[in-house]
Design a protein around this ligand. Structure first.
Ligand SMILES: [Zn+2]
Length: 131
């Protein structure tokens, strides 16, 4: 069985990040369609799932890879705020975040150092803050 599946998938694109995101998006749309009782959204979810499977089973690997390459910058823009939020959450106990009054630059300083003078690396403005 496993060998038959391996032979079936040979030469096919397989699941990539775009296909995975299409499936995730379609699941979200499916739930949304059920909650707000809009069958058009449910059908769009079915369409997204179909497109994801078309990509996974496609033998035109170069074309699917080109689609993925076009998608990656778009995905990076969408996920950037979440990655930033996660990075901040991880350092919340050890660091404090300050913003420069002059230019708005974000600075991360270690916690528990008392009142310190902070110099903005962007514009050189200095200010004192309690960490
Ligand atoms: Zn500044």
């Amino acid at each position: 069985m496993e060998e038959r599946f391996r032979r079936f998938m040979a030469g096919r694109h397989g699941p990539d990040i775009l296909s995975q995101d299409l499936v995730r998006g379609s699941l979200g749309m499916l739930l949304l369609g059920i909650v707000i009782r809009q069958s058009i959204i449910t059908w769009l979810a079915v369409g997204l799932t179909g497109y994801a499977w078309y990509r996974i089973l496609s033998k035109d690997v170069a074309k699917r890879a080109a689609e993925r390459q076009k998608y990656l910058p778009f995905r990076a823009k969408i996920t950037a705020p979440f990655r930033k939020w996660i990075a901040r959450a991880k350092t919340r106990k050890t660091h404090r975040i300050f913003h420069c009054d002059q230019c708005g630059e974000t600075m991360k300083v270690p916690k528990g150092k008392g009142t310190i003078r902070i110099t903005c690396p962007q514009c050189g403005h200095t200010f004192t803050k309690k960490t």
